[in-house]
Ligand binder design. Structure first.
Ligand SMILES: [Zn+2]
Ligand SMILES: [Zn+2]
Ligand SMILES: [Zn+2]
Ligand SMILES: [Zn+2]
Ligand SMILES: [Zn+2]
Ligand SMILES: [Zn+2]
Length: 156
């Protein structure tokens, strides 16, 4: 029994077909999902989209395990383990920390806190804080502007 490769219009033995698929420049094959792509770009896109592939697009690196990819993200890039999101600049991660209410992050000290109480205590000692909004401010002016805007009733 022989295999016909339609894309290449050639005949192979089953073994030869497998070898052909791997070696040929016309086939980009994912062993894991048994999927055959017509281009390198197509295969990479599949790697990016499939949660079963651990692929760093930025480095064009395919890893075997999720932990390996996370480790790679942590070492080579900037990674939020909580939200499993990767950032390629320290600024990107910092902005994520500031914006996301799940994170207790002091942008002035570049410091991440595990608990909101710890964070608010720090903020109260070192900065200006609105406990209602769990937000911190670098100057008293900024805090006042915030109060006027968000808490006009408390503001005399
Ligand atoms: Zn072929
Ligand atoms: Zn695959
Ligand atoms: Zn990478
Ligand atoms: Zn996060
Ligand atoms: Zn601080
Ligand atoms: Zn507030």
């Amino acid at each position: 029994m022989s295999y016909h490769c339609e894309r290449c219009d050639r005949y192979f033995s089953p073994r030869g077909f497998e070898q052909h698929r791997r070696a040929s420049q016309r086939h980009f094959y994912c062993d894991e999902h048994d999927m055959d792509f017509t281009s390198w770009v197509g295969l990479k896109e599949h790697w990016v989209q499939s949660p079963e592939h651990y692929y760093c697009q930025r480095c064009d690196k395919h890893l075997d395990y999720e932990e390996e990819l996370e480790e790679h993200y942590e070492h080579e890039h900037h990674y939020c383990t909580e939200h499993k999101r990767v950032f390629y600049t320290p600024k990107g991660l910092k902005e994520h920390y500031v914006q996301h209410t799940d994170h207790f992050f002091c942008q002035y000290h570049n410091q991440h806190f595990d608990y909101v109480d710890e964070f608010l205590d720090h903020a109260e000692r070192q900065h200006y804080v609105c406990r209602d909004c769990e937000r911190i401010f670098g100057t008293s002016e900024k805090k006042e502007i915030h109060d006027e805007k968000h808490h006009p009733d408390d503001y005399w």
